[in-house]
Design a protein around this ligand. Structure first.
Ligand SMILES: Cc1ncc(COP(=O)(O)O)c(C=O)c1O
Length: 519
């Protein structure tokens, strides 16, 4: 059952005028009651207002002021979606009734079903359903067992919720006539720097580029070594490889899954130039300990903050805890673009400027190239979208935290190893990762219960064919290997409803009991 419907004008007018079509009135009420969004196309508004007020004037002229207030209240109850500009004049619906056609294409753009009681509209439409049918479906859903399918990642809802803002951002950008390195990017960089409590932000093409460009800007390259966690997404290692340096893996702490500072010194050689600390799964790494080692050996500290937008370490935001930080705006991240994107944050003016130049073909002044640079810039359109999404980041991270707290509380009696949060960490729960010696059995059982899960990550970088040249073998980084063999990520996200989290908890409670305890 959908949680959004676009209502035809006749259905809305039945409700507003309390006409004798009781199904329309019932449906409108049920939408409000069950948190089902009522969508209205901008093309309908004029007709609805005109017919409504005209009828009130005829039937009860003294009530006209009350009716105007009722219309305002109605506008607050519904979500208005825009009507696409591209029309097909010879479409059968357009030939029959232009308003119905505009409703149809608005619903198509919003990817939503139209509810009508007009049989003619129903016949020619690809997405109409009759009022009485929706009521029957709602009833059937109430009486049947609620479906407990929980997808691992819901990328669509955050964008549906922000549709109006994202459309406005699109129009702003389109109308600006400036699509690379324009005002939207400038504003986003300022707003994201402020958010991270950093002095500078430079938008780049993606998270991997962010890390790579930082290394390049520091002059790290051939013959140099960069310390990276053995337990991370391969992009952290690739950044070092892109810079022609060698990634030197250091094992994680088995509790936090982040690089273990106590093991870093043993990996330092005269060639070591930097440490990349990853805030894995949204939990900050132990940056004070890492910075202390870096000071002792004169190393750069780079945060891989791809999974941790908004997390705090001892009260400070990630993104300012080392010399520079790389962020990814891959769509599934806590702050994601509608495509690829990335950024570097730093308090180092010189570094920020170098990265800006490196990402723009090595050029500050058009057609003057100081160095051999790259083309790695954050698109104007993505920057415009993310300005809107950034305003929601704290609220959405807050919802992740509530879900994580619920999971931690309700799964505490299970045989699973639950995430551990040190007292200095304020994580943003990019992922909620549990551990089991039988993570594949658990994944299968949860799958049978309709719960989507993922493994982050199934093969550690040192055992990937891509790094065969480093000649690592099974057993070289046993902690990372154990983690990769045991982890399972449960669904978490800002729009995961209470029904879904309850379904995850109940599926875990019935599955985990039969699994062996992890030591
Ligand atoms: C830890 C980590 N580092 C770096 C990256 C690279 O980011 P991107 O995919 O934007 O290049 C990612 C994400 O994919 C990541 O999870």
């Amino acid at each position: 059952m959908s949680n959004r419907y676009l209502l035809d004008s006749n259905v809305i007018l039945d409700y507003l005028l309390q006409r004798s079509f009781s199904d329309s009135i019932k449906l409108y009420g049920q939408c409000l009651e069950n948190d089902i969004s009522i969508l209205v196309s901008s093309a309908q508004l004029h007709t609805i207002e005109y017919v409504f007020l005209k009828q009130v004037k005829l039937d009860a002229p003294t009530q006209i002021e009350t009716a105007k207030l009722a219309f305002k209240a109605f506008l607050n109850e519904v979500t208005i979606v825009k009507t696409p500009a591209l029309i097909e004049q010879n479409h059968p619906l357009a030939l029959r009734d232009m308003e119905d056609y505009l409703i149809e294409i608005s619903a198509e753009a919003a990817d939503v079903t139209i509810v009508t009681r007009d049989a003619g509209f129903l016949r020619l439409s690809k997405r109409c359903i009759l009022t009485e049918q929706v009521l029957l479906n709602l009833e059937a859903e109430k009486t049947s067992q609620a479906s407990n399918k929980v997808t691992f990642l819901d990328l669509k809802t955050p964008h549906i919720v922000l549709r109006a803002e994202l459309e406005a951002a699109f129009d702003r950008t389109l109308n600006s006539g400036w699509y690379i390195q324009g005002n939207e990017l400038k504003q986003f960089e300022k707003e994201f720097a402020d958010y991270c409590e950093a002095e500078y932000c430079v938008g780049v093409g993606n998270g991997l580029d962010a890390l790579h460009l930082i290394l390049r800007a520091y002059g790290i390259g051939k013959g140099d070594e960069v310390i990276v966690p053995s337990n991370t997404y391969i992009a952290t290692w690739l950044a070092a490889s892109y810079a022609d340096a060698t990634p030197i893996p250091v094992e994680p702490d088995l509790n936090t899954y982040n690089i273990d500072p106590a093991l870093i010194e043993a990996a330092i050689t005269p060639r070591t130039k930097a440490i990349i600390a990853v805030h894995l799964y949204g939990q900050p790494a132990d940056m004070d300990a890492i910075n202390a080692i870096a000071i002792k050996y004169n190393l750069k500290v780079i945060e891989d903050a791809a999974q941790a937008h908004g997390a705090r370490y001892k009260g400070k935001r990630v993104g300012t805890l080392g010399d520079a930080a790389g962020f990814s705006f891959y769509p599934g991240k806590n702050l994601g673009a509608i495509g690829d994107g990335g950024a570097v944050t730093t308090n180092d003016a010189d570094l920020a400027q170098k990265i800006r130049v490196l990402g723009n073909y090595g050029s500050q002044i058009k057609y003057h190239n100081e160095v051999k640079g790259y083309n790695s810039r954050l698109d104007e359109l993505q920057a415009a979208f993310m300005r809107e999404k950034l305003q929601k980041l704290d609220e959405w991270n807050g919802r992740r935290k509530l879900i994580a707290a619920d999971y931690l509380r309700q799964m505490s009696g299970s045989n699973l190893v639950l995430p551990f949060v040190p007292e200095w960490a304020d994580p943003v729960w990019h992922l909620f990762v549990v551990r089991s010696q039988q993570h594949d059995v658990l994944q299968k059982q949860l799958g049978e219960a309709g719960i989507g899960t993922m493994i982050h990550y199934p093969i550690p970088p040192h055992l990937q064919p891509a790094y065969a040249e480093l000649n690592y073998k099974q057993g070289d980084f046993p902690i990372a290997e154990v983690i990769h063999q045991q982890v399972l990520s449960l669904p978490i996200g800002p729009h995961l409803g209470a029904d879904s989290t309850a379904a995850v908890i109940s599926a875990i409670q019935s599955s985990a009991a039969i699994l062996r305890k992890v030591y």
